[in-house]
Design a protein around this ligand. Structure first.
Ligand SMILES: O=C(O)CCC(=O)C(=O)O
Ligand SMILES: [Fe+2]
Length: 332
């Protein structure tokens, strides 16, 4: 089989797993490990052990003492709310280009698991592709500076986590940092601002959909910022299962950054690190019905990085080819 045919087959297998998982399922409690990142340089061995344990068992973990100041996270959320409050005509000047992960979309992301669009709008920041896509200072002062600084803070934290996985996988400590070099034109890590629409005036039928349908992330590692009181994220390990899926709530907590492994790192680790299925459910009628904001940062290896696991389980593929397959499938 050619490398291309093997890649196509792999992509299809991934997608087939995502079909038929759009059902409601049941809910159960599972522990999401918390990992203390303080004194990172001295405690790196211990932190790497904990990250490895979490990532090989459940694929999700929450970082505490992670070094991104709460004031910076709050400022990013404030700017996010202001951005989505802009008039539609203003936001429409900065549209998401197909397959670029840069710009604004409104109810455009269709998940293979549900076949319908997520009930949200989002704005993607992928730094080399932002020409003409930033709101002007006269439209939203301070937005660009706040978001660029926040993007870089997330990148740095993501690279600390990835350096632990590099160590465990037998790569050089900066192996993933080089593969996510932000100064390269091939850089494709993305900060996404998400606004899930308020449900106060929603019709009963609207509650039947999903804020974000079940999916796994395409990237290596996702760092997710959530607001306390704006829950709804649920995870479900073991996406192979064909019975009814059991989902676990991941409650937003003060001071934590919730992380999950994506498909790219799962492949890069020869399937040792788990990319776990997750979704954002609608609130129930008695719960908080206001808007929900979240800020995921996707560590996606640069386009020219070659994804090749230490044990060679899969054919090498560039991160570009790998991502294009997945983005095309989600029709975004
Ligand atoms: O908004 C959230 O809590 C999760 C978002 C998410 O899973 C994604 O954008 O991939
Ligand atoms: Fe996700």
């Amino acid at each position: 089989m050619t490398a291309q045919a093997a890649a196509a087959e792999y992509g299809l297998a991934e997608l087939n797993k995502e079909k038929g998982i759009g059902g409601v399922g049941t809910v159960m409690h599972r522990d999401v490990p918390q990992i203390d990142m303080s004194d990172f340089d001295n405690r790196k061995g211990e932190i790497a052990d904990q990250l490895w344990d979490a990532a090989t068992r459940i694929g999700f973990f929450q970082l505490i003492n992670h070094g991104i100041p709460q004031s910076q996270i709050d400022a990013a959320f404030d700017m996010t709310a202001k951005f989505f409050d802009l008039p539609e005509e203003t936001k429409a000047q900065y549209p998401l280009g197909k397959g670029t992960n840069a710009g604004w979309e409104y109810k455009a992301q269709v998940r293979p698991s549900t076949g319908t669009a997520d009930n949200k709008e989002s704005y993607q920041i992928t730094t080399p592709r932002m020409a003409g896509l930033w709101p002007r200072g006269s439209e939203l002062a301070g937005f660009k500076a706040t978001m660029l600084a926040f993007e870089r803070a997330n990148w740095a934290l993501g690279m600390q986590v990835l350096s632990c996985f590099a160590m465990k996988l037998g790569f050089e400590p900066d192996f993933f940092t080089d593969a996510h070099d932000p100064l390269s034109p091939e850089y494709q890590s993305t900060l996404r601002l998400i606004h899930y629409l308020p449900m106060e005036n929603a019709k009963p039928d609207d509650f039947k959909g999903w804020r974000a349908g079940a999916h796994t992330d395409f990237d290596c590692l996702t760092l997710l910022h959530q607001r306390v009181g704006q829950g709804g994220l649920q995870l479900c390990p073991g996406k192979e299962s064909d019975g009814e899926l059991a989902w676990t709530d991941v409650e937003p907590k003060a001071g934590v950054v919730t992380c999950n492994i994506g498909d790219m790192l799962m492949r890069w680790s020869d399937d040792q690190l788990l990319s776990t299925l997750h979704r954002v459910r609608m609130p129930a009628a008695h719960e908080y019905l206001g808007p929900r904001y979240s800020l995921p940062f996707f560590c996606q290896a640069n386009k020219d990085a070659i994804i090749k696991g230490p044990g060679g389980k899969y054919e090498p593929i560039t991160a570009h080819d790998y991502l294009q397959q997945r983005i095309a499938a989600n029709r975004l």
